[in-house]
Design a protein around this ligand. Structure first.
Ligand SMILES: Nc1ncnc2c1ncn2[C@@H]1O[C@H](COP(=O)(O)OP(=O)(O)O)[C@@H](O)[C@H]1O
Ligand SMILES: [Mg+2]
Length: 222
């Protein structure tokens, strides 16, 4: 456990970190089986040890929570997926902001993050839960804040943003140090204003349709 792995933690640091680190390193990491099969698809999760619960999986990592430590989640990078230290650095630059999580600690292959209780906008659309314009405006404001900290928002799509108590939060900042510009959020906003009409907002959209839209979008952008 090296000191330089502590990140944004301040005076009011979360006291239960030490037992939690032990749980992560002794119980979670040896038993968690995850694999990156295709670089542009979410990683495959084969086994999550009891009592950990899978919160979600992205293209780099699986995010899990432990019932005894409800305030935090652990983001475990799949073997061979780079970017963990960059993500910790992004959180260091962001500091505290209501629309972002925080990195409390990072170790070999994982980050300990403050848990954001919410539902991804992707899941809102899948389940027919309406997303208000306020959520979009909050995310816009959060991204402008990131820019003010010298970061470049990247890969901001439906699985990387959440709605919590009717407000928008950004759940994944892993690519915010990448230099190249990314128009994904602007495209998503345009789609929101053009196609996400109030009468349609309660209609659930099956996951396979959303996956086809994601793949179509990737092809279009190539
Ligand atoms: N701090 C968090 N609190 C709660 N759930 C989270 C948190 N971070 C990530 N998740 C969940 O895990 C999923 C994958 O995390 P993400 O950071 O997007 O991984 P990746 O960098 O691999 O794309 C997210 O879509 C979200 O559902
Ligand atoms: Mg993600």
């Amino acid at each position: 456990m090296a000191d330089n792995h502590w990140t944004t933690v301040g005076e009011d640091a979360w006291d239960e970190r030490y037992p939690f680190i032990a749980q992560i390193e002794r119980r979670l990491l040896p038993e968690l089986h995850i694999k990156s099969e295709q670089p542009h698809d979410p990683i495959a999760v084969y086994r999550v040890p009891v009592p950990w619960r899978l919160m979600g999986a992205g293209n780099y990592a699986a995010v899990v929570a432990h019932p005894d430590f409800p305030e935090v989640v652990v983001k475990v990078y799949a073997p061979g997926r780079p970017g963990l230290e960059e993500e910790a650095e992004v959180y260091r630059r962001l500091g505290r902001h209501p629309a972002y999580s925080e990195c409390l600690y990072y170790g070999d292959g994982y980050l300990m993050l403050r848990r954001l209780n919410g539902i991804t906008l992707y899941d809102c659309i899948r389940k027919g839960i309406p997303i208000s314009r306020q959520v979009i405006d909050d995310i816009d404001e959060a991204l402008a804040y990131a820019v003010s900290k010298g970061l470049r928002p990247h890969d901001v799509h439906g699985k990387n943003v959440m709605m919590r108590d009717g407000r928008g939060v950004v759940v994944d900042v892993s690519d915010f140090l990448k230099p190249e510009p990314c128009g994904m959020w602007d495209d998503l906003k345009k789609a929101y204003d053009r196609f996400y009409l109030p009468p349609l907002r309660c209609v659930p959209v099956p996951g396979f349709v959303l996956n086809a839209v994601r793949k179509g979008y990737r092809l279009l952008k190539r």
